[in-house]
Design a protein around this ligand. Sequence first.
Ligand SMILES: [Zn+2]
Length: 534
Amino acid sequence: MRKYSIVRGLMALALAGGVALAIPTSVAGVQVLAPPDISLANMRAHLQQFQTIATNNGGNRRSNTSGYTASVNYVYDRLVAAGYSVVKQNCTSGCTSGSGPNVIADWPGGDPEQVIMLGAHLDSVSAGPGVNDNGSGSSMLLEIALVLAAQNPTLTKHVRFAWWTDEEQGLNGSEFYVARLSSADRTRIRGYLNFDMVASTNGGYFINRITSALGQTLKAYYDSIGVQTEENTEGVGRSDDASFNAAGIQTSGVAAGASRVKTAAQVAKWGGTQSAFDPCYHRSCDTFPSNISDTVLNRAADAAAYALWTLAVGTPAGNDFSIAASPVSGSVNPGSSITTTINTTVTNGGAQPVTLSATGLPSGVTATFSPASITSGGSSTLTLSAAASGSSPGTFTVTVTGTGADATRSTSFALTVNGAPGCSGTNGTDVTIPDLSTVESSITIAGCSGNASATSAVEVHIVHTYKGDLIVNLVAPDGTLYLLHNRAGGSADNIDQTFSVNLSSEASNGTWRLRVRDAASADTGYINSWTLTL
Ligand SMILES: [Zn+2]
């Protein structure tokens, strides 16, 4: 394997300060395994979930909101299902009040005296969903963690993953974590790799502390695919590696750039334009899929996996297999069913008989495998059927377990059971509200039977510096006006409110409009997003 020549070069770059990092060439009876190719499709599925979470929770995933809580649960459930020991660490000092927890996940195995840690912040700013900042890093780490669990290789070092809270308000979650570590625990952490904004649409290829031994393991991957890299100067002290650095722990990581403008020289080597690396940095347009570069994300994920496998992975003993679902998520309407393919791969030794089962099914949903037993290396089709009535809407984690003669492995599938079809919609496109003017944003509803309900919900997010200037109406498809907000609130900023409206005299289907009038001068704003649920 060519990597090793690179690795020997790395040995010469042993770290100054902290505990030196030994990068393995070979350990008695253990040989380094080829790093995996991390699935872009799976990462995109995680990103889609973070987007949906933001959409369903006021448009963002800020650390002290329900959007963050849902993000924590999404990550936590998958890690637990995969076999991690996971802790939700409440940040009891230094964080914004009401902040959700850090998520710390340890994979069993490896030398507990030598820990390799990978982290990414999970929160967003309040201005938008934070899909690139930092849904990208969060999704990438989640997928790498799931692949590590599915392959379950022998580890030469112990592996720990972290999803940080409250980064956007001052790197507070990671600072809290490092501050709580005993000095012995700090010494045990031989390296921390940070991933923040790894999919910028006009992105670059930046590595933190690129000349360090850790930095060089990441660089080695980019070198192997002919992509030039640079030191991440924009991110110095601005992300979660800062507290680890301050504690003398070796760090590195990957970033694709934020608001800094790409230079002509960088355009020449990476493509793109001489504009911000991420045009939607800390804005409402940091959404999925538009604000994600698949290429930049895919390369960052493979670089991170390469570094992790190089630093901590060996070869398992005995017959073993991995298991995965494709796709990893899906939604079903009452009275219908969906399928996903359960694939198994022999990861070591020979094939073995495997029996498949599913747990965590919501009420009204049944699971059937065809076939129910396979030989490892084979596949089966899982059909999930929702009863026409009695199945409650929501998103559920279905755990699929393969019980073999020598090993048992599991994976998860995110199942969304829909409610009545077609009766809700969201418009997240910003609409500027100039001074003393009237603007509209529309949502078209189709496929929803009958009239709207008497308890319809209109969730409105308007950014404005003087909400008392605003008159907000919902306009039904037939032109009927429903007054939602009439110049209330005085000089306070913004409207973030869900209005309950009796729309039972209105047919559901058609184009609904949110009409906003700025009725006084000197203050302006924009419609950020709104959701209509009939
Ligand atoms: Zn960030």
